[in-house]
Structures are given as structure tokens and as C-alpha cells.
Write a protein that binds this ligand. Structure first.
Ligand code: GLU
Length: 415
């Protein structure tokens, strides 16, 4: 597990006066599965993991990512963050994470399906709707979840759809799940700015234009309170010289037609190219980190000029960079609330599957907003009264809830 994360958990436990036993249980995970998944056709094999961190508040919950950088320690860090995330929001769920160390862009669709099915067959005996419920994460989507659920059902001879979330709508997925993480981050940012009596308009730059970053960009661009002036992907970024709102759809179309958002900059005179590193240091009000871990570290923290940094990805600001930035009055909106929209709608999907219900999109959005606004307010109150950072306050809420063992998701609703 990440050293910085360990340190934060220990410090929070100390501040809350918790027994050592409780803190220790959060520094370890309950179970780990380390294995290999192979492809029949090419005979290639890849390292794979599922880590179940903590289930004090309910079944383990968390995504499965396909990325070459996946390692046991990264999965352990991400599983721990899931425990803290579900607890910070007040969901009756614990934390887990999984992954395969593979670059899915090198695989054909058939290979991707085979790999997903082989992974699900291996973990099938250890997961389930009351034990551990996987979901999508980096480079995995509803098709991957559909294949995995099918394989799980065959392996366990069960019919349940609630063993995976983030499925396609026709296969028991929830309406609103695909946009949930971006939408949730938007609700959280809006609420924090409102609580801090901020003035508008605010300029925004977004690092990462995948599923999460794109949905977030659409919401920002459609609201007059913001100006989306820069976006980037793994190749590079585009910056609006005139500080006019970028149209995410047009940028995305250029990306899909070519290979990157930089193709948009090449064709539009009002814009210029920026590197990913430059985007992180632009003089904007709000910087959204929607790519991978460690975007801001000791190396570039001193160059950051944004007043608000939103961790839409998991762990994009290192521990040392977080402490430096908050000391310098930058508000870092922590991942465990900023990107909790995905797992919150996963929880709704799990409830719908178990109760044989289908909720409309508006009901999903309304409930999502309630959960996230309540959690943000609870954390903001601690920030105001104790003068600590949003991350430290979010960890306090989460760890205190785990220590009390009161995973009562519905209590938060309607408060
Ligand atoms: N992978 C997402 C996350 O990191 C969603 C997890 C879930 O829906 O269980 O929060």
C-alpha cells in the first residue's frame, strides 16, 4: 500500500483517538488473490489480482482495471481507497479492487473477451452479491462487466445479476451509471464552491478526456458559471488562447477522427497546443485531474497555479504534494468524495438488481446528488470547524464511520 496513504490513515486514527487495533485493520487487507490469466490463441499470460480490503460496513466493492502499470501494491492502495470512499459517502459497502497488468489496446475484441472471462472464472468462488462486487475501472466498461457476469453465473450456477455492477442497461445495468463519476464530481465541486461563497465565472482545465473527464467537461461547458479553457489526453492538450469555452463534443470528435485532442488544436486558430505537464501548471481557477495516479507530485507541485484541484481520478495528487498545496491555500477536493459518483450509482444498481426494480434516470440523478451533497456538507463542516484539509476531513468521516461500524446508507438520504 502507498506510504502516504498509510501515513494519512495512522494520523487520522490518532486524531480520532481510535484503538490501535482499528487502525491496524485498515492498514492490512483481508484477502488477496494473485494469479495469471492466459490467452488460448496467443498463449500470452498476464499477472492478475483481486484484493479485498475491508468489509466492516458491507460487501467489498470496487472496480477491475486493465492497464500495464497494474501491480499488487497499486491494487492494494486502490482497494483501501474504495473502503474509505464507500464509508465517506455512507454506503453500506466495503472496499476491494482488481486488475490485470495488460495494455488492452494491444488485444483484439475476441482476446479481450477471453481475458475478461478467464479472470471472472478465477475469482468466481471468492466474489458474489453479498461478498465482493466488482465494477468497471480504467479501460474496462459495461461489455467487460457483461462477459464477466455471464462467466460468473456459469461458474456458480446462479442467476443473480447483482454480483457485478456497471453492466449494460439491457443486462441489469443502472441508468446514469456511465456518466455517474463525472456527474458526481460536478455535484461535489459545485457544492464546495457554493459552501465557500465563491464568485463566478471560474476557468477550468481538465487533464484526461476518457469517460469520466468527458462527462465532466460537458457539464462544465454547458454551465455559464464556468469556462472550459484547456483539456488534454495522454498525447497532449489543447488550450483556448481567447479563453473562450472549448466545446467538448467538437474536441472529442477531432480526437475520435484522429488520435488525440491535439488534432483539434492543429485545426483551430483560437487554440494552441500545450503539453500535459504545461496543462497542470496553467493559471486557472479549477484544475480537474481525470487521468491516472501521481499527476501532481513533489516534482511539479511548486509550479501549480490552480486555486482548486479536483481529484477525479484515484490518487492523482501525491501525499507530499497534497500537504504542500493545502499549506499554500489550494483546495484539493479528495478522490474519495470527488469520484464517488461511480460507486454510488453502482450501489443503486446493486439495489435495483436485488429488489428487481428499474429506476428512471432522474431518480438516479436525484439520489446521487443527495448522497454527494450530504457527504460534502458533512466534510465541509469539519474543514470549517477544525481548519483541516478536505482530504483529512473526508478521512475522519470515513474512518470514524468504519470504527463505529454503522454502514447505514439510507440514513444519509433525505437528511
Ligand atoms: N472504479 C470506480 C471507483 O474507483 C467504481 C467502483 C464501483 O463502482 O464499484 O470508484
Amino acid at each position: 500500500m502507498d506510504k502516504g496513504l498509510k501515513r494519512k490513515i495512522i494520523e487520522t486514527g490518532r486524531r480520532l483517538g481510535l484503538p490501535q487495533k482499528t487502525v491496524k485493520s485498515l492498514l492490512e487487507h483481508k484477502a488477496e488473490f494473485e494469479f495469471e490469466v492466459c490467452l488460448d490463441r496467443t498463449k500470452q499470460c498476464f499477472k492478475a489480482y483481486r484484493i479485498q480490503h475491508n468489509s466492516s460496513l458491507g460487501p467489498h466493492k470496487g472496480g477491475i482495471r486493465f492497464h500495464p502499470s497494474v501491480s499488487k501494491s497499486e491494487v492494494a492502495t486502490l482497494a483501501t481507497l474504495m473502503t474509505l470512499k464507500t464509508a465517506a459517502i455512507g454506503l453500506p459497502l466495503g472496499g476491494g479492487k482488481g486488475g490485470i497488468a495488460v495494455d488492452p489496446r494491444t488485444l483484439s475484441k475476441e482476446d479481450l473477451e477471453e481475458l475478461s472471462r478467464n479472470y471472472a472464472r478465477f475469482i468466481a468462488p471468492y466474489i458474489g452479491e453479498d461478498k465482493d462486487i466488482p465494477a468497471p475501472d480504467v479501460n474496462t466498461d459495461s461489455s467487460v462487466m457483461d462477459w464477466m457476469l455471464d462467466e460468473y453465473q456459469k461458474a456458480t450456477k446462479s442467476q443473480t445479476k447483482a454480483a457485478f455492477t456497471g453492466k449494460s442497461i439491457n443486462n441489469g445495468g443502472s441508468r446514469g451509471r456511465s456518466e455517474a463519476t463525472g456527474l458526481g464530481g460536478y455535484y461535489v465541486l459545485e457544492r464546495i464552491l457554493e459552501n465557500r461563497n465563491e464568485k463566478f465565472p471560474k476557468t477550468v482545465a481538465i487533464q484526461g478526456l476518457g469517460n469520466v473527464g468527458y462527462h465532466f467537461a460537458e457539464l462544465i461547458a454547458s454551465n455559464k458559471k464556468y469556462k472550459l479553457i484547456a483539456v488534454s489526453d495522454s498525447v497532449g492538450g489543447v488550450y483556448s488562447i481567447t479563453e473562450k469555452n472549448l466545446d467538448p463534443k467538437k474536441v472529442m470528435d477531432a480526437k475520435l477522427a484522429g488520435r488525440s485532442v491535439v488534432d483539434f488544436a492543429k485545426k483551430n486558430q483560437d487554440t494552441k497546443l500545450v503539453s500535459n505537464e504545461e496543462l497542470l501548471t496553467l493559471d486557472v481557477d479549477v484544475l480537474i485531474l481525470a487521468a491516472l495516479s501521481d499527476a501532481i507530485t513533489e516534482k511539479n507541485m511548486k509550479q501549480c497555479r490552480a486555486k482548486y484541484i479536483v481529484e477525479l481520478a484515484n490518487n492523482p495528487v501525491s501525499d507530499k504534494a497534497h500537504d504542500y498545496l493545502t499549506k499554500n491555500k489550494v483546495v484539493v477536493v479528495p478522490d474519495i468524495i470527488a469520484n464517488a459518483g461511480g460507486v454510488t450509482v453502482s450501489y443503486f444498481e446493486w439495489l435495483q438488481n436485488r429488489q428487481n426494480q428499474i429506476w428512471g434516470k432522474q431518480k438516479v440523478y436525484k439520489k446521487l446528488k443527495k448522497y454527494l451533497v450530504n457527504a460534502t456538507d458533512e466534510i465541509h463542516d469539519i474543514v470549517s470547524s477544525q481548519g483541516i484539509s478536505y482530504k483529512d476531513a473526508a478521512y475522519e468521516v470515513a474512518i470514524a464511520r468504519i470504527a463505529r461500524n454503522d454502514g447505514s446508507g439510507e440514513q444519509g438520504i433525505g437528511k
